[in-house]
Design a protein around this ligand. Structure first.
Ligand code: GAR
Length: 182
């Protein structure tokens, strides 16, 4: 089972995955993303296409599909990939794309799951890994865990606890989907 990881920025989830599983390549939509540095340090191949380098999102996603096809990727793991997966990529790879979201979906979808939960004053949030469909964070849930907000938490400590839950959940889900560890 060959996996690719998509990340737009920091790439800490990519790092956790790549330390435990063989990753064929990492894809980023930003040339200055820190995930590219992590990939280099881990000896993982990386590719970058920026949307602005293409005429439109269809052409951008056609290039991504070509890359995935060339590498015969079985599973695309979104890990902080901050673009909505469009119809071109979805048509080619629906059912083979999963995403991690830092909240307990359907609670707090969107780009600011942690802050939105924090600002809503919830006493627990969570982490979700789900199949990607055409909605925003709406696909079928594969696995999710609750993360409590503790007394004395600041946004930063709450955020750290959410990320720690992510670093446990992604490997568990990959294993459950049949991805072999290194
Ligand atoms: C992660 O918390 C991930 O769940 C979130 O972005 C962060 C990326 O961190 N994704 C979303 O919010 C998607 N809606 P990382 O780059 O350090 O892995």
């Amino acid at each position: 089972m060959k996996i690719a990881v998509f990340a737009s920025g920091n790439g800490s989830n990519f790092q956790v995955i790549a330390e435990q599983f063989p990753v064929e390549f990492v894809f980023s939509d930003h040339r200055d993303a820190y995930v590219l540095e992590r990939a280099k340090n881990l000896g993982v191949a990386s590719y970058v296409f920026e949307l602005k380098e293409f005429d439109n999102k269809t052409a951008y996603e056609e290039a991504i599909v070509k890359l995935l096809d060339e590498h015969q990727i079985d599973l695309v793991c979104l890990a902080g990939y901050m673009k909505i997966v469009g119809p071109t990529l979805l048509a080619a790879y629906e059912g083979r794309i999963i995403n991690i979201h830092p909240a307990y979906l359907p609670e707090f979808p969107g780009a600011h799951g942690i802050e939105d939960a924090w600002n809503a004053g919830v006493d627990q949030s969570g982490v979700t890994i789900h199949w990607v469909d055409s909605g925003v964070d709406t696909g079928k849930v594969i696995k999710q865990v609750r993360v409590p907000r503790l007394e004395g938490d600041a946004l930063e400590t709450f955020e750290t606890r959410i990320h720690e839950a992510e670093y446990k959940l992604y490997p568990e889900v990959l294993e459950s989907l049949g991805v072999e560890r290194k």
